[in-house]
Write a protein that binds this ligand. Structure first.
Ligand code: SF4
Length: 287
């Protein structure tokens, strides 16, 4: 993943403090998992002592470890007592930098102050879409203001954190150019430095969105469209190129011209995907 490339060359180990997520997005495995374990609570969190026991064991076994990755779906969806206890014990017993994934709604001034003090260096959050219409479809009721507030707060810690990594979903067959541009504009509004990890919408078995896609006639071959789909294999279109460009420090006036809806609609229709692919590769190679 682009984001984990920030830990490139480091010896890291992946652990989890929780299972589940308080949310239930229509495309996410948590939608299917909740149906499998009814009545078990949306999020199951380990005690801080239990996590420390595992981390101390791992650290003793691999003294060369430099980074822990907490790959929980929403690591910071915890009360302040848990986060403070985690900070105190992690600093005392482990003292290594760490990565976590979380949801923008969990980003508050108090939480960030505590978790950065604990050693957080790399953070990955979900942006997914800026379109209100698509948010309803995703059953993802996170206002754009929450995303921008979280981004501004993270920006205050830019000297202590690697650039925040935001996940975004592309290639949604229900999206219009207007929906896509709403997302691109939200991405552009996030202060740099930032990283966008863009995924091609994949209809996973057991999810609500797969059911919706079947009803809409988007699934003609389950093997090809679902089981063999690679979530990083994005379409090469003009609007998808804009998602990539939103990561760059493009002046607002140029960006707003590029995001003109008539221009985007026309260029999506006429620019060959091979050309977009070549431009995207060139941008990536310049990194
Ligand atoms: S917030 Fe993230 S982890 Fe939670 S259900 Fe939605 S996509 Fe899944």
């Amino acid at each position: 993943m682009d984001g984990l490339a920030l830990g490139k060359g480091k010896h890291f180990f992946q652990v989890m403090a929780t299972r589940g997520c308080p949310h239930k997005c229509s495309y996410c495995c948590n939608y299917a998992v909740e149906a499998l374990y009814p009545g078990q609570g949306k999020i199951r969190r380990r005690s801080v002592d239990n996590i420390m026991k595992e981390l101390v064991y791992l650290k003793n076994m691999m003294p060369y470890l430099e980074l822990f990755l907490f790959t929980d779906d929403s690591f910071l969806a915890a009360n302040s007592k848990w986060i403070q206890e985690f900070r105190d014990k992690y600093k005392e017993k482990i003292g290594l930098p760490f990565f976590c994934q979380t949801n923008p709604v969990t980003i508050t001034p108090k939480t960030m102050e505590t978790i950065i003090d604990a050693g957080l260096q790399i953070i990955n959050l979900g942006l997914q879409t800026g379109s209100e219409r698509i948010k309803k479809m995703y059953n993802r009721h996170i206002p754009n203001e929450k995303v921008t507030q979280a981004a501004k707060l993270l920006h205050q810690y830019k000297d202590k954190l690697y650039p925040p990594i935001w996940d975004v979903i592309l290639d949604n067959p229900w999206e219009t150019v207007k929906d896509k541009l709403a997302t691109v504009k939200l991405m552009h509004s996030i202060p740099a430095p930032k990283i966008f990890q863009c995924f091609s919408l994949t209809f996973y078995p057991g999810t609500l969105i797969l059911k919706m896609a079947k009803e809409a006639g988007f699934i003609d071959d389950m093997v090809k469209t679902v089981y063999r789909k690679y979530y990083f294999a994005k379409d090469y279109t003009y609007t998808n190129f804009l998602y990539k460009l939103a990561e760059k420090d493009v002046p607002d006036w140029i960006f707003s011209i590029l995001c003109n809806s008539i221009l985007a609609y026309t260029l999506d229709a006429i620019i060959p995907s091979k050309l977009i692919r070549r431009i995207v590769k060139r941008i990536q190679n310049k990194k």
